[in-house]
Design a binder for this molecule. Structure first.
Ligand code: ADP
Ligand code: MG
Length: 634
């Protein structure tokens, strides 16, 4: 007798799976935290020893299981090449994107075989940044289970935060990491949005909020607007490669130079020394947040180095000023994007450990012209906000809804290569938009759609997201089919595009697989290019539009050219000249010249159009007569 395998029964509604808590996890570059929303509101869960921050560090001992958090951090100097910190900066990126960071990392990076995806080379195997994030999330999950006194398999759902600038690939990699940790991501939330949520729960009334988040490795600034308990993100900007790590680096570089002068060594050449230097620099930096000067101390007995120097906060301030300025530039950009004056902001919220640096706090307050809020611990705000969102999804919090924005516009390529934008950059998501299209050639039974992302006016300058074909259209004259194209962008930034011909109901749909996500640098570059090229683009767009109209008119004239025999000689000559000029205009890039050619062709074709109209009218009369005759016969 053959026994059937016993399948695990799936939990039905109301089972443990749905009663299980939803964790709010801040998966940070430097630190991660886990929080929940329960009867007492949002709270961060602590380990047995009371610690709340989980260092986002994973270390791979040569033998045995990987270690995570504090234990891993302690191994940074012992085993730097196998101790992975700041891996969030690598997630979903290729080596090429990481050129300027590689030198600062203590561990070797390679691209995954055949793909542009950075992985850490442990020697015996490659580890992906998603795998490392998975270890950190698994640690958060274990911690939560312990703190909540639940068996691990009842802790399976989480809201996870990501920087606002994370693209599809990075979000997807984060999702993958959660899966590795045995967690289902119920929602991904942008970090600054979560932070605003944590604050505004207690402080109602503010209309417009700026969230400035400067962590260890990422920077975001977002503008949010509250409307009857609903947050709307007006705009966001940022740089996921800017943070406290860079502050540390200024101290490391300064000290390394002094050490080099004194000991004639390049202390940064050795990974272990580099890791120790970085930790020492961070200690110095943190001290400088509350003291006028602090010592930087570095000992390396093996190399005969015993080094100490005093760093004055003024020196430090000078080193980091350009970095802080970069964050203010982003603040400026975000105001510009949202078309809002700094004075219109009601609240400024500080998030991230690096906002404890007095220069940062002062610069932000000055920029927005009001004291920035810092009463919630800037390390915990994001996790608390994630827990609030978990509370919303779990049904404990009812009066809030969270919206995020899309960082780049999404559209469809139209005839002539221009872009028709359906969803504009910085639109709150989830979002839906619809636009009507039609065919271009008589009897066309299939239409290709090209979905693009970007701010430029021409499709060729935007990023191609995918193409799909709507087939089986009924054969109709050009311009008659009504094809509705609908974009649906879900809360996780996944785009579904549906095209439907309205008469026949023929429809097709694609989901844009986020396989070649953009790096943050690419997103920034695309925005930058768009601003740089705005004028040139406008002219290119005009050229594209004019070309499209020209093609249509040429097409129409050619179609009815038989009628040209009825034209007078001079009319026909003019039309032929105009048609020739139009056909030869492929090289013409000057919009005014093109416009001249188009105008001339349109005018030259009037006599032809007139003859056509007469013909149509005559046919109509004829038809009429026939039907009248039929009527008489009956
Ligand atoms: P992330 O979100 O990137 O994980 P965090 O918000 O945890 O980052 O911030 C970590 C950064 O904050 C680190 O660079 C750390 O050195 C810095 N930091 C923490 N406390 C202080 C302080 N008191 N003064 C200056 N920097 C600090
Ligand atoms: Mg953070």
């Amino acid at each position: 007798m053959i026994e059937l395998p016993v399948l695990p029964t799936l939990q039905a509604d109301g089972g443990a799976a749905n009663d299980s808590p939803i964790l709010g996890i801040d998966l940070g570059t430097t630190h991660s935290l886990v929080a929940v929303y329960d009867a007492g509101g949002a709270r961060v869960l602590a380990a047995a020893d009371g610690s709340e921050l989980i260092p986002s560090v994973v270390s791979y001992p040569r033998a045995g299981a990987p270690v995570v958090g504090r234990v891993a951090l302690d191994r940074s100097t012992l085993d730097p090449a196998r101790t992975i910190h700041s891996s969030k900066r690598l997630i979903g990126k290729g080596l090429a994107d990481l050129a300027d960071q590689r030198a600062t990392l203590s561990y070797p990076l390679v691209d995954a075989p055949g793909r542009s995806l950075a992985m850490i080379d442990l020697g015996e195997r490659l580890v992906s940044p998603a795998e490392i994030a998975g270890q950190i999330l698994a640690e958060a999950r274990r911690r939560a289970a312990e703190a909540l006194k639940l068996p691990l398999d009842q802790v399976r759902r989480a809201v996870i935060t990501v920087p606002a600038y994370f693209d599809d690939t990075q979000r997807q990699a984060t999702r993958e990491a959660a899966k590795l940790a045995g967690l289902e991501v119920v929602r991904m939330v942008n970090e600054p949005t979560a932070a605003a949520l944590a604050y505004d729960l207690d402080h109602r009334g503010a209309e417009c909020v700026a969230v400035y988040d400067l962590g260890g490795g990422t920077f975001d600034v977002s503008l949010l607007q509250r409307q009857e308990g609903v947050f709307r993100v007006l705009a966001t900007a940022g740089d996921t490669c800017l943070g406290g790590d860079d502050f540390d680096r200024t101290i490391v570089e300064h000290a390394a130079q002094l050490i080099g002068e004194k000991y004639q060594v390049d202390v940064l050449a050795d990974p272990a020394a580099r890791a120790a230097m970085r930790l020492a620099a961070e200690r110095t930096k943190i001290e400088l947040s509350s003291a006028e000067s602090a010592d930087f101390v570095f000992h390396d007995p093996a190399a005969g180095i015993a080094f100490r120097t005093t760093i004055d906060w003024r020196m430090f301030q000078g080193w980091i000023a350009p970095l802080v300025q970069r964050t203010l530039d982003a603040c400026f950009q975000v105001l510009k994007d949202a078309e809002i004056e700094a004075d219109a902001i009601d609240e400024v919220v500080l998030v991230g450990g690096s906002t404890r640096v007095p220069l940062v706090k002062a610069a932000v307050s000055q920029f927005f012209n009001r004291p920035a809020r810092d009463e919630l611990d800037p390390d915990k705000v994001v996790a608390l906000g994630a827990a609030v969102q978990a509370g919303v999804l779990g049904g404990q919090v009812r009066d809030l809804l969270l919206l995020d924005v899309t960082p780049l516009s999404l559209g469809i390529e139209t005839m002539g290569g221009a872009v028709s934008k359906l969803i504009n950059r910085n639109s709150p998501i989830p979002a839906q938009a619809q636009e009507g299209f039609t065919t271009y050639v008589d009897g066309q039974t299939a239409v290709e759609f090209h979905v693009v992302q970007g701010e430029r006016e021409l499709a060729s300058d935007c990023r191609s997201l995918g193409r799909f074909v709507l087939r089986g259209l009924p054969s109709m004259p050009a311009g008659l089919p009504r094809i509705g194209v609908r974009f649906t962008l879900d809360a996780d930034g996944i785009l579904r595009v549906r095209a439907r011909e309205q008469e026949s109901g023929t429809a097709t749909e694609i989901e844009i697989q986020p396989k070649h996500g953009l790096t943050d640098a690419e997103v920034e570059k695309m925005l930058h290019d768009a601003w740089q090229n705005a004028e040139a683009d406008l002219s290119a767009r005009r050229v594209a539009d004019l070309r499209e109209r020209l093609t249509t008119v040429i097409h129409a004239v050619e179609k009815s050219y038989a009628k040209a025999a009825e034209l007078q000689a001079n009319e026909r000559e003019r039309l032929e000249d105009a048609l020739e000029d139009a056909r030869d205009s492929a090289e013409v890039e000057d919009p005014d010249l093109l416009k001249g050619i188009l105008d001339e062709l349109e005018e030259a074709s009037y006599p032809l159009a007139e003859r056509l109209m007469h013909q149509v009218a005559a046919d109509a009369v004829k038809d009429h007569k026939i039907s009248d005759l039929i009527g008489e016969e009956q």
